[in-house]
Ligand binder design. Structure first.
Ligand code: SAM
Length: 331
């Protein structure tokens, strides 16, 4: 079992397969964003899987493939197929914006993907385009239908709530869980990336989102949808799906953090926030064997920060304008 020095059990690895994205969500990426670095620095699927094997041998049982947008990287279903065969991996999931999901959902399910999270910030076509800068909502809707048909369950919709853009839609999203077997998670806006978008005025705190979600009651942990994340769940009476909250600033969840992240260049990131990163990919390319990689993983997890500093950053008590880009570490 992988334990950090605060006694947290680490059993979850998020792998970002690319920094590229086919959207430019206003809170995530600048409009003129272009991934940094050379193409050759991106690890091959074989290299990423080699590192994933090391994690599995150390006791990690959950993997999420993310990005950037994971579906823009060629051969993603083959990668899922490799990961699904790693002994000890019991939960294999993906985060996507859903634009290309209609095309890939069937292949991904066949390759061994179990479940999927889809980012969808608005149910209104114009607002969706405003939030993503050029996304077409119908592609995402078709992707959701394809995922349901392919049996990628549970399906979770991730909604970042931004005052003045989609904050009036919290009730509509909550209503969706009554009509469909879909789990909606409201994500509090975080001060991440280099967009300059975050402000306290735009952030809608947990209590306010909770009130807007209408008549909901907390669920016992046993009734939460499958997953190992920081959300806690509620339900509307008689609803098919649930409503989750991920509130990094209102309710710090670091005490229960069970995850680390691997970037597409093979940098191991022990905390979503901050600058710490360990170049496992480089080590692998210089010939490190599994034993050496595993030693480095253990050392990094041992030094996993106790908590993030987003509250301080939000109040501008920290003068670094941002931490890292979400698209490098996969959210
Ligand atoms: N492209 C995939 C997707 O759309 O889910 C995976 C990568 S995306 C960076 C992962 C998640 O991070 C998305 O749900 C996105 O909304 C969220 N995210 C990005 N920037 C954020 C921010 N500043 N605050 C809160 N969530 C953010």
């Amino acid at each position: 079992m992988l334990l950090d020095r605060f006694g947290r059990k680490i059993n979850y690895l998020r792998i970002s397969v690319t920094d590229r994205c086919n959207l430019r969500c206003v809170y995530c990426l600048p409009e003129d964003y272009a991934p940094k670095g050379k193409k050759e620095e991106i690890l091959s699927y074989e290299e990423l899987s080699e590192i994933a094997y090391c994690f599995a041998e150390l006791g990690v049982s959950r993997i999420r493939v993310t990005g950037g947008e994971p579906l823009v990287r060629n051969g993603i279903s083959q990668f899922i197929s490799i990961l699904s065969k790693i002994p000890g991996i019991q939960d294999l999931a993906m985060s996507t914006n859903g634009l290309l999901l209609e095309k890939y959902a069937g292949d991904l399910a066949q390759a061994g993907l179990k479940r999927i999270n889809i980012s969808l910030d608005s149910l209104n076509p114009e607002k969706f385009s405003q939030m993503t800068r050029y996304g077409k909502i119908e592609f995402v809707m078709n992707g959701i239908c394809a995922a349901l048909e392919a049996g990628l369950q549970p399906i979770k919709l991730n909604v970042v709530v931004v005052r003045g853009i989609n904050s009036e839609e919290v009730g509509d999203f909550a209503q969706l869980t009554e009509d469909l077997p879909i789990h909606v998670r409201f994500i509090e806006l975080m001060p991440m990336g280099e967009t300059g978008f975050f402000s306290e005025a735009r952030r809608v705190p947990y209590e306010e989102i909770l009130k807007s979600a209408g008549p909901i009651a907390p669920l016992e942990k046993n009734d939460w949808p499958e997953g190992g994340g920081p959300a806690h769940y509620f339900k509307r009476p008689g609803a098919q799906g649930t409503i989750g909250f991920i509130s990094a600033l209102s309710c710090n969840f670091c005490g229960n953090c069970n995850r680390v992240r691997l970037s597409s260049k093979g940098v191991l990131v022990p905390c979503l926030d901050g600058w710490m990163g360990v170049p496992l990919g480089e080590m692998l390319r210089k010939g490190a064997d599994r034993k050496e990689i595993k030693r480095e993983i253990l050392r990094t997890i041992e030094n996993k920060p106790e908590h993030h500093f987003m509250v301080e950053r939000a109040k501008e008590e920290l003068h670094s304008p941002s931490s890292r880009l979400m698209c490098s570490v996969g959210g």
